[in-house]
Design a protein around this ligand. Structure first.
Ligand SMILES: [Zn+2]
Length: 537
């Protein structure tokens, strides 16, 4: 009897509330609800079917979210929902202030861009991070402090040992970088002035970064004939510097060196077995991209300023030696043995060179495109101010071996592009979706769960980003929804300005930044700071 009365009262209350429209006026339980998706949590675990709800900037519920109300509801229709991709190696600072939406990255599912690689960063980094915050980006943005830039700031682009006082100043700049929010120290020992830096000096700076929780990421001294020595050096920097260390954009350059990834990965495993925290990242292309000068001219010729370089090139004896080295680089290293394998991606003093290969440029200068003459053409380009190039000299077998290695994360090494401008490496548009389309779906080199792990939780762990990279309640809502059957890269070397396909929605900090067709007006990206960040600075 009592039970019936209570039940009756409940019905009455419900009817009254409904009549007053109270239910309709109550705030939505969630801000965003993504329904009926295959949830791939980023840990490598198998996907599971369910829903995901977001409140504010945070994932509020995952799995079965019954009859939830939400401000925005997305019907997932069984597509894959993954954590947003974290790109641990970008050159985004070239373009992020011009294109703060970073469309080429967003449209392949990237929600966090990490800058300052290859030993190159602003010094100090704080003013640049403030500008990034002010411009309001779509994606999150973080930085490393660059060893080469630090050395350049203290002693210039000089091929000599540092004095104890100079080393003290460099240590101070690295510490300042960490307190400004860097995630660690990057090196580019392939580039000047990194190439002039003894390993011991790098280790000293690595210790300073490591003592503040930083990591080391290296574009190694040599990715061609001496790649094995360079891997040893990268491991040594981690081991003696007492910090995690990473081989960035790991690849094997030059046909004569192909196959050496068997040995490089063995060295990484050995180091880990004795407790050195070594990891790897990679982009899925058989061509690299960097400046013509860095790729083809010897380091000694690049010391000092552009005028110094031009002076050396106008001295007959030095020019002869530079040419000899350039011929060797064209034959055995980034040239891939054929000047058609070197293609200009951008050139400030003659933008029309973008897209032309070195054989065409050599012919344009009235010479047969032999290796010797192509070396002349390369020197001609450097004399006039240089250019960025693309170098088709990376082995596919090594690429796949490195990709299968469980400690390899995916990173683009790309830049924020201005759509249609220059002829950039397609990695800027396609890195992440190329792995999902070509290497997961078509070639089946990796399982989907495993590929996504290398784009999400693995780089998040590397950076110490505890709140991102995994789908779980309480984590920040950086998300990408995609169709695993349709996802693919469209950008090619011939026609790089093509956005990825198959990405349906991209969410950063709970807000939709891409709806499958266009960028939205939302710019929810945040500056992310490393472990020693001191906000009072
Ligand atoms: Zn690099």
């Amino acid at each position: 009897m009592l039970y019936k009365q209570i039940a009756f009262a409940v019905v009455i209350v419900a009817v009254v509330l409904a009549a007053a429209g109270i239910g309709a006026q109550a705030p939505a339980a969630y801000d965003l609800l993504i329904r009926d998706v295959r949830i791939l949590d980023g840990t490598g675990a198998p996907w599971f079917r369910g829903d995901l709800a977001v409140r504010g900037d945070t994932i509020a519920a995952v799995g079965f979210v019954p009859r939830a109300e939400a401000g925005v509801v997305i019907e997932g229709k069984g597509q894959v929902l993954a954590p947003g991709f974290i790109d641990i190696h970008t050159h985004a600072r070239r373009g992020i202030l011009v294109v703060p939406t970073a469309d080429n990255y967003t449209r392949q599912g990237v929600t966090t861009l990490i800058e300052g690689p290859d030993g190159s960063s602003p010094v100090p980094i704080a003013p640049f991070l403030a500008r990034v915050a002010a411009v309001r980006t779509s994606a999150n943005f973080g930085m490393f402090i660059g060893q080469g830039s630090v050395r350049d700031a203290v002693m210039g682009n000089m091929d000599r040992k540092a004095t104890p006082a100079e080393i003290e100043r460099m240590i101070q700049l690295v510490r300042d970088g960490m307190r400004d929010g860097a995630f660690g120290l990057s090196t580019g020992l392939f580039y000047t002035p990194g190439s002039y830096t003894p390993t011991e000096e790098v280790i000293t700076l690595a210790r300073a970064a490591g003592a503040l929780g930083g990591r080391h990421v290296s574009h190694m001294r040599d990715e061609a004939a001496h790649v094995i020595d360079s891997v040893r050096e990268t491991i040594r920097i981690g081991e003696e510097g007492s910090l995690p260390t990473q081989i960035t954009h790991h690849k094997i350059i030059g046909t004569a060196n192909w196959g050496k990834s068997v040995e490089t990965l063995r060295l990484v495993e050995e180091a880990r077995a004795r407790g050195v925290d070594v990891t790897v990242d990679q982009y899925p292309y058989t061509a690299s991209s960097t400046s013509i000068a860095a790729a083809l001219l010897p380091k000694w010729a690049l010391e000092g300023s552009q005028q110094d370089v031009v002076k050396r090139l106008s001295d007959p004896e030095q020019r002869r030696r530079i040419k000899q080295a350039a011929v060797n680089a064209l034959k055995n290293e980034r040239g891939g043995g054929d000047p058609t394998r070197v293609v200009i991606s951008s050139c400030r003093w003659d933008p029309s060179l973008a897209g032309k290969n070195l054989a065409e440029i050599t012919r344009g200068l009235g010479m047969e495109p032999t290796l010797e003459n192509a070396a002349e053409a390369a020197m001609h380009i450097v004399e006039r101010g240089g250019a960025q190039g693309i170098f088709h000299a990376v082995g596919e077998e090594d690429l796949q071996r490195i990709l299968r290695f469980p400690l390899t994360m995916i990173a683009s090494d790309g830049e924020v592009t201005v759509f249609g401008k220059d002829a950039p490496h397609p990695r800027s548009y396609g890195t992440f979706v190329r792995v999902l389309g070509v290497y997961v779906r078509d070639k089946q080199v990796l399982r989907l769960e495993e590929a996504v792990r290398r784009m999400t939780s693995l780089p998040a762990m590397r950076l110490g980003l505890a709140g991102r990279g995994i789908i779980r309640p309480g984590m920040k809502a950086d998300l990408v929804l995609f169709d695993p059957q349709r996802v693919r890269d469209m950008a090619t070397f011939e026609n790089p300005h093509q956005y990825a396909e198959g990405i349906a929605w991209v969410v950063v900090n709970g807000q939709i930044i891409f709806d499958g067709k266009a960028m939205t007006a939302a710019r929810p990206g945040r500056v992310l700071y490393g472990p020693a960040h001191d906000s009072s600075r």
